[in-house]
Design a binder for this molecule. Structure first.
Ligand code: NAP
Length: 253
C-alpha cells in the first residue's frame, strides 16, 4: 500500500453528528471524497439534505437521520439506521456541539446542563451505541476544542468543561476499547475555524484573538478535515487516546 493510499476510506461507513452545518458538513463531504459512505445526524433534517447532496456529488451514498444527541435513544436509532442501510459502522465523528458564553454567576442549571448534555454526554451515548457494532480497525474521533485546554477571553464554563471532559472521555474509551476491541478513540482540539458558531461571535472578537495564534489567521475547515481523515483512516492506525490540536499554534504562544 502506498503512503497516500493509507489515507483512503474506500467503502468505509462513517457516521457524522452535527452534519447540518459548519465543520460537520465539511467533514461529511471530505470523508466522502476519501471514499466513505456517510450517515448524517443533526436536529435540522432539512439542512442535512444539503450535506447529503454534497456527499452524493462526491460519488458516495448518504443517509440523513434526524438526531438529538442529548437523547440516548436517538443515538441508538442513528447507529441502527446506519446498520440497516449499510451493514456496518467503521468511523464515528462526534462533532455535534453548541457554543455558549454566559457569566458564571448568571448561568442557570438548565443552561449549564444543556451544554454538557449535548457536547459531552451526547458523545458518550453515540460512542456507546457505535462501539456495540464496530469491528476491529474502526475509529472514533471526538471534536473537542482548544477551550478544553485553555481560555479565550469569554465566560465559557459550560463549553470549556464539556470540551475538557471530552478529552478525558477520549482517553478512557481508548484504554477500554483499543486493547479489547481494536477500536481507536482520539480527539481533535480545533482552534478557530469559520462556521455558524464563529459567525455568532461579537464583532472584533476573532480579530482580538489573532495575536495569540502563531499563524495569525483563523483556520480553513479543510485544514481540520485533513487531520480528521488522518485519525479516521489507516494513516492513523497506531494513534489512539490522543487529543490532536489543530489551532495554528494558539496553544504554543
Ligand atoms: N468552529 C470552530 O472554530 C470550532 C472550534 C473548536 C471546536 N469546535 C467544535 O466543532 C463542532 C462543530 O462546530 P461548528 O463550528 O461547525 O458549529 P455549527 O456550525 O454551529 O455546527 C454545530 C452542529 O452541531 C449540531 N448540533 C447541535 N446540537 C445538537 C444536538 N443536540 N443533536 C444533534 N446535533 C446537534 C448542529 O445541528 P442542528 O442544530 O441541526 O442539530 C450543527 O450541525 C462543535 O462540537 C464545536 O464545539 C468548533
Amino acid at each position: 500500500m502506498g503512503i497516500l493510499d493509507r489515507f483512503r476510506l474506500d467503502d468505509r461507513v462513517a457516521v457524522v453528528t452535527g452534519a447540518s452545518s459548519g465543520l460537520g458538513a465539511v467533514f461529511a463531504r471530505t470523508l466522502a471524497e476519501a471514499g466513505a459512505d456517510v450517515v448524517l445526524g443533526a436536529r435540522r433534517i432539512e439542512k442535512l439534505d444539503d450535506t447529503r447532496a454534497a456527499v452524493e456529488e462526491a460519488g458516495r451514498r448518504a443517509l440523513a437521520v434526524r438526531t438529538d444527541v442529548a437523547s440516548p435513544d436517538d443515538c441508538r436509532t442513528l447507529i441502527d439506521a446506519a446498520m440497516t442501510e449499510f451493514g456496518k459502522v467503521d468511523v464515528l465523528v462526534n462533532n455535534a456541539g453548541v457554543g455558549t458564553a454566559v457569566p458564571a454567576l448568571k448561568e442557570t442549571p438548565e443552561q449549564f446542563r444543556e451544554v454538557i448534555d449535548i457536547n459531552l454526554n451526547g458523545c458518550y451515548w453515540m460512542a456507546q451505541a457505535a462501539a456495540q457494532v464496530m469491528e476491529p480497525g474502526s475509529s472514533i474521533v471526538n471534536i473537542s476544542s482548544v477551550l478544553g485546554l485553555t481560555t479565550a477571553g469569554l465566560p465559557q464554563a459550560a463549553y470549556s468543561a464539556s470540551k475538557a471532559g471530552l478529552i478525558g472521555l477520549t482517553r478512557d474509551l481508548a484504554q477500554q476499547w483499543t486493547p479489547r476491541r481494536g477500536i481507536r478513540v482520539n480527539a481533535l482540539a480545533p482552534g478557530f475555524f469559520t462556521s455558524e458558531m464563529t459567525d455568532s461571535y461579537a464583532d472584533g472578537y476573532l480579530d482580538a484573538q489573532l495575536p495569540r495564534i502563531l499563524a495569525r489567521r483563523v483556520g480553513d475547515p479543510e485544514e481540520l478535515a485533513a487531520a480528521l481523515v488522518f485519525l479516521c483512516s489507516d494513516a492513523g492506525s497506531y494513534v489512539t487516546g490522543i487529543t490532536l490540536p489543530v489551532e495554528g499554534g494558539l496553544l504554543t504562544s
